[in-house]
Design a protein around this ligand. Structure first.
Ligand code: BDR
Ligand code: CA
Length: 310
């Protein structure tokens, strides 16, 4: 599976990147970074730190958009810490960013690889993907699928009562992506709130004992405090790696095809994903929406694949 991860790391983004790097089925063509949890300069640095922690300084990392298509940037330091990757000891990455813009890398890759063979995995705001679709609309028909973390329906929102962070941070970009006609698989809060970083699951990752797993434990221990306090749950939702896990083992998940539209105008609900789960409209079913997961199977997969890293 040839994939590009578009990301704003983020501890849960780190888990997604490590899961991909530890999985032989996946050919990670590159990582594109976007402003999101923290500003672009930090996400572009964090992506390289994560690769280096995984023993993979060969991964191509590109910097992309430094803010949303419209409006002001929203960040989430209150969740992820000042660096975006608080928890382990961080360092200056030893390898540079690639020359060129993330958006051009996405376009060039999709135009050069055989049509229908490259999957995009956006796990941050959708700005880079929307910019790529605007700049080269032909890519919409060449993308194998877009497997994204974002949105919520019964679970509603995590930054406003009705909007999830990745969509809220750039609703105009999300509207472009959801309307582009590429196949979309969406992993919303409804499913990510079912995969919780409980202490026994963290201990199993610790037992892997390699550099990546131990860094992951430090990240998860920092990251879970916010959600444990907010939701009163035993652990925090591990949002972003659900995308990679779905690619690797879709049988761990359940969902259905639905119409999904993005609210961009209402001041009250901007960034909401309006999911027609019950099929009460005749709007076209444009998204495979995931609602449930085998949480133990998901953590088993993550733990097993972390063990493959150097
Ligand atoms: C999403 O927002 C970010 O804070 C996480 O990294 C994840 O991508 C969850 O709403
Ligand atoms: Ca993210």
């Amino acid at each position: 599976m040839k994939i590009i991860i578009d990301t704003d790391p983020g501890q849960d983004d780190a888990a997604a990147i490590m899961l991909a790097l530890g999985s032989p089925e996946i050919d990670l063509l590159g990582i594109t970074t976007v402003a999101g949890n923290v500003p672009l300069e930090l996400t572009a640095r964090n992506a390289r730190i994560i690769c280096e922690m995984s023993g993979r300084t060969d991964v191509k990392v590109f910097a992309g958009a430094d803010g949303p298509l419209q409006g002001t940037q929203v960040t989430a330091e209150h969740v992820h810490g000042r660096t975006g990757l608080d928890g382990p000891e961080l360092f200056e990455p030893s390898f540079p960013l690639q020359d060129g813009h993330a958006v051009d890398f996405i376009i060039d890759t999709l135009m050069e690889e055989a049509s229908g063979t490259v999957t995009l995995c956006p796990i941050g705001p959708l700005t880079n993907i929307a910019l790529a679709l605007q700049k080269q609309p032909e890519i919409a028909g060449r993308i194998q699928q877009i497997v994204l973390m974002g949105g919520g329906y019964f679970a509603q929102g995590n930054v406003t009562p009705s909007a999830e962070f990745n969509i809220y941070a750039d609703p105009d970009a999300a509207a472009i992506v959801f309307a582009a006609g590429s196949p979309i698989v969406m992993l919303p809060l409804d499913v990510t709130h079912k995969v919780l970083t409980t202490q026994p699951r963290i201990e199993r990752i610790r037992a892997v004992g390699n550099r990546a797993a131990l860094a992951m434990v430090k990240m998860l221990e920092f990251y879970r405090r916010y959600d444990v306090e907010k939701y009163g749950t035993d652990g925090g939702p591990l949002h972003d790696p659900t995308t990679i896990a779905w690619l690797l083992q879709p049988q761990l998940f359940q969902g259905r095809m639905c119409n999904v539209e993005i609210e961009t105008t209402s001041p009250l609900t901007r960034g909401a994903t309006v999911v027609d789960w019950w099929g009460v409209t005749d709007r076209a079913k444009n998204v495979h929406v995931i609602g449930d997961a085998d949480a133990d199977g998901f953590f088993e997969l993550l733990t097993e694949r972390l063990a493959n890293l150097a």
